[in-house]
Design a protein around this ligand. Structure first.
Ligand code: HEC
Length: 126
């Protein structure tokens, strides 16, 4: 029994090492998010707070401060344009780490106006 347990722990540990390296590589590319053109102001008729609370809060925390797994990044306080680029990247399957499938399905139904409004809301949370 002990041997099985040690083996399991070793496998999980090796898995974690691989997993975190992979994430780091993917997120090493975040520099490409500098010099983004300034986004238009959000449509005031969209209730971004409710949208966020309904669709995102359970994983990202009430104030957007829950750290994203394995990256340590919080959503709150990131620049609006960067958040928009990342969310659109998930929508179009060209951004993210190992868990990007989880995110893509969360944001695939958002309209461009909703992406803009949620990003503005999050950028001002901190
Ligand atoms: C089921 C849990 C879950 C929900 C719900 C969720 N997310 Fe995520 N989110 C994640 C995970 C996991 C990641 C990391 C994915 C990866 O590996 O790239 C992530 C990453 C992100 C990132 C990238 C962070 C960064 O700086 O790289 C943004 C932006 C984001 N989510 C926005 C949202 C928004 C906006 C919503 C709501 C519309 C949402 N998420 C809903 C789990 C979730």
């Amino acid at each position: 029994m002990t041997r099985v347990r040690i083996l399991t722990i070793t496998i999980i540990f090796i898995g974690l090492v691989f997993f975190s390296n992979d994430i780091k590589d993917m997120y090493g590319e975040t520099q490409e998010f500098s010099n983004l053109p300034k986004a238009e102001a959000a449509d005031p008729s969209i209730d971004a707070r409710s949208l966020y609370n309904n669709k995102c809060m359970k994983c990202h925390g009430q104030m957007g401060t829950q750290k994203v797994p394995a990256t340590g990044l919080e959503l709150a306080g990131q620049a609006k344009e960067v958040l928009m680029a990342k969310i659109n990247g998930y929508k179009e399957l060209r951004y993210g780490g190992k868990l990007r499938g989880v995110m893509s399905s969360q944001v695939s139904g958002l309209t461009p106006q909703e992406v803009n409004a949620i990003s503005e809301y999050l950028s001002k949370l901190k």
